[in-house]
Design a protein around this ligand. Structure first.
Ligand code: C5P
Length: 217
């Protein structure tokens, strides 16, 4: 019997969108479904890893055997990830983290009045993936780059900027939330397109690629 690809490895994954509160009932978010991140969690678990999944608001069932931590905003996600990152072998950032959040959420529901529309002051969120990659002994860090054009160019630049060994690029052709995806992997060795298919298959191929990088071949 062959040992599983990620047996004995600890893998931390982020998934889904983040929700940045404007007031108690409103916020800024995006249309990430969490499907890709959950598929990666399932594939890593099937490959024998001890998997922790930190996810924003999604309606996905928790994969069997995976430890799930639900969060709301990017700051919550950042806190939960940084508390665990140093103890991991692999970190995969699949979440569509909001780039900005309202500077402060209003304590009470903002009321419509006859004056000028309210302005929302935004501040930048921490780049969770880049921060994990900058740890003294970082886990193997994997990023995702969802782009609507210039995929290879943007993905390579993102990999360099965040200083991560592997980034999975996908073209958003039909919006978020579909069952299928197209992924191209970018690492030191170059570019590896994965056969287009269901997210479950792509997640397994990504996990196999991660296992090869961990082994160093
Ligand atoms: O810079 P950009 O958001 O396009 O990069 C996407 C990658 O970085 C994804 O892997 C995403 O999970 C991660 N990311 C993050 N924290 C942020 C923004 C992005 O971990 N604040």
């Amino acid at each position: 019997l062959q040992p599983k690809l990620l047996a004995g490895r600890k893998v931390l994954i982020t998934a889904g969108p983040t929700f940045e509160a404007i007031d108690p009932v409103r916020g800024i978010t995006n249309l990430s479904s969490g499907k890709m991140g959950f598929a990666v969690a399932r594939a890593a678990r099937e490959a024998g890893a001890e998997v922790t999944l930190v996810c924003g608001p999604v309606s996905q069932p928790t994969p069997r055997g995976v430890t799930r931590i639900d969060v709301t905003g990017a700051l919550d996600m950042h806190r939960e990830v940084m508390a665990r990152a140093a103890a991991q072998d692999v970190f995969v950032g699949v979440a569509a983290v909001a780039d900005y959040r309202p500077q402060a959420a209003a304590e009470h529901k903002i009321k419509k009045d006859d004056g000028a529309p309210p302005a929302i002051m935004l501040v930048e969120n921490p780049d969770i993936l880049a921060e994990v990659a900058a740890l003294p002994k970082p886990p193997l860090c994997v990023g995702f780059a969802a782009e609507s054009r210039n995929l290879a160019d943007y993905a390579r630049k993102k990999r360099a900027k965040k200083k991560i060994p592997l980034i999975a690029g996908n073209l958003i052709e039909h919006g978020f939330g579909g069952e299928d995806n197209t992924l191209v992997l970018f690492d030191d060795a170059g570019q590896t397109p994965l056969p287009p298919g269901p997210k479950s298959e792509l997640a397994r191929a990504l996990v196999a690629h991660i296992a090869r990088l961990l082994r160093g071949d």
